[in-house]
Design a protein around this ligand. Structure first.
Ligand SMILES: [Zn+2]
Length: 523
């Protein structure tokens, strides 16, 4: 039997500014899935990257007075460097302006769709939002403004290449309705189905080289045009697998993989669930198996965006509060459907209540008791401890609950299953009172000695189990817990605090918003 292969991708963000917490959410979610699938013995490739070829990047570089490549390189580094602070198990990073795999792959994709008879030239006029890099119909605008950016789109009139999306309307609808292309959550799938049922129109897939300021990938055989940045960017999921350069990776991670999972934000769902699958059908490639959609983060109640001004730099946040606290907040508080509001208070409270008080304290207490009552030698008895039914049940159920929750793309439910063990373990300690057992034991009661052995052994096993289950979610903390709970030469390491309490910010934290923040924690 061959090992199942799972390919997991994030979207590739524009690099017109530094990364914000919303992208960190997507990275951390993808990382959890990658680690989870690896734990199940699967081969996993976790891929991210940057979308360098956008007109947005060109305009931002011009505003900064820097050359486009230099600007893009500088910002792209801040995205790829998130792997360290966020503890990401990334396998591959593709940069669309730099990576030799990319252009060759985009050109092949173009040619494959052209060969299928799906590309044609036509004069086009429309309203274009550079922020979104897409055309809008007047009906899609809010009082004449882009629904995402609140800016007025430009009137654009030019001859472009078009892709025959309309040809794939029924095919796409059937594949998504049948679940062959699974979109989670169901609310998002229904949105896509409704959009397709409304009729798909062919879309423009090139820009005049002039309007693109000469930046991007030229249309094969037509140097007056560059390929539309979305076409170029969506291609990354194939180009990074050597689609244009000839590599076994394509068969291994795409054509022959059991799962091809794209994580995307709700704002780019249409590109991933409609345009991209249609491009793949046209090119004769298999489709992704899963598109997992997250909603947006707000910061102190305001919309978060790189270009909109309100942002939180994830690397800075990690520098202040640590990887575990940031990952835990993203996984524990962001709902499966609906936007989540980030505040420093919420991050700190969640970390203090659950990581420091709940989890850190539990492991510390258990190891300290084993040192106090058994000189650091962990009892190994497998006999069941008294009154531990609720704890046993939480442990027994956790793996299945986590599997089911992550299959549903529900990180809150998955972490809740781990948290339930922590909660039950702390409740159990308070109920069974090992310190009382230790007191009775000192009177020479052998029965109590056996009981305390089973209690300590059960609690240590519980902490080890928590460490294992936490690995996909909090890889750093999980490693520390496992080390703390593993005997060396028959003895547990001396207890040390694993998850420190976080200090509250000294002044009311505000989001970065163009003006200097009063508190420089997030600056
Ligand atoms: Zn826009």
């Amino acid at each position: 039997m061959t090992t199942p292969h799972t390919y997991i991708t994030t979207t590739i963000p524009y690099v017109n500014a530094r990364p914000h917490l919303g992208f960190a959410l997507e990275l951390v979610q993808a990382d959890v899935l990658a680690r989870h699938h690896r734990r199940h013995g699967e081969q996993v490739r976790f891929q991210t990257g940057t979308d360098d070829n956008s007109l947005k990047n060109v305009l931002a570089a011009q505003a900064a007075g820097v050359g486009v490549q230099e600007f893009v390189d500088g910002n792209a580094t801040t995205f790829t460097a998130l792997a360290g602070p966020l503890s990401l198990s990334v396998d591959d990073v593709i940069r669309t302006s730099r990576d030799p795999r990319h252009r060759a792959g985009v050109e092949r994709l173009w040619q494959a769709c052209a060969d299928a008879g799906d590309l044609y030239r036509k004069h086009y006029e429309g309203l274009y939002c550079v922020g979104c890099e897409q055309f809008y119909t007047p009906a899609e605008l809010n009082e004449g403004r882009c629904p995402e950016h609140g800016t007025q789109p430009q009137q654009v009139s030019e001859e472009n290449w078009f892709f025959r999306l309309s040809r794939y309307t029924d095919h796409l609808h059937n594949l998504i309705a049948a679940g062959a292309l699974r979109i989670e959550p169901a609310e998002r799938r229904n949105e896509v189905l409704a959009f397709i049922a409304g009729g798909l129109e062919d879309f423009s897939i090139s820009r005049s080289t002039d309007r693109a300021r000469g930046w991007g990938i030229p249309v094969p055989g037509d140097p007056s045009q560059v390929i539309y940045v979305w076409w170029d960017a969506l291609g990354n999921y194939l180009t990074a697998l050597g689609y244009g350069t000839g590599s076994d990776d394509l068969q291994r991670w795409w054509t022959g993989a059991e799962r091809r999972i794209h994580l995307v934000g709700k704002g780019v769902l249409r590109f991933h669930a409609v345009y991209w699958p249609a491009m793949l059908l046209s090119a004769g490639q298999v489709l992704p198996t899963d598109i997992l959609v997250h909603d947006y983060l707000t910061v102190d109640g305001r919309k978060i965006s790189k270009s909109g001004g309100v942002t939180v730099d994830p690397a800075t946040l990690v520098g202040q509060y640590g990887t575990d606290a940031v990952r835990w907040w993203l996984l524990r508080e962001v709902p499966r459907v609906g936007d989540a509001d980030f505040t420093l208070d919420r991050l700190i409270n969640r970390a203090n209540d659950e990581l420091a008080n709940g989890l850190g304290n539990l492991v510390n207490r258990v190891v300290a008791m084993i040192h106090r009552y058994r000189s650091g030698h962990a009892p190994t008895t497998q006999a069941s401890a008294p009154d531990a039914e609720a704890l046993d049940q939480a442990i027994e159920q956790a793996a299945a609950l986590i599997d089911a929750a992550l299959a549903d793309f529900d990180f809150r439910r998955a972490t809740a299953a781990v948290w339930n063990i922590v909660d039950e373990a702390n409740r159990y300690i308070n109920h069974i009172r090992p310190w009382d057992l230790a007191k009775t034991e000192r009177t020479g009661n052998q029965h109590t000695r056996r009981d305390l052995d089973t209690v300590l052994a059960t609690l240590l096993r519980t902490c080890q189990t928590i460490g294992e289950h936490l690995t996909p979610f909090l890889p750093d903390a999980a490693t520390r817990i496992t080390q703390q709970c593993t005997s060396l030469d028959g003895q547990l390491p001396a207890p040390s605090p694993l998850l420190q309490r976080l200090a509250a910010p000294t002044s009311t934290p505000g989001p970065e918003s163009g003006k200097p923040a009063r508190d420089n924690r997030l600056a």
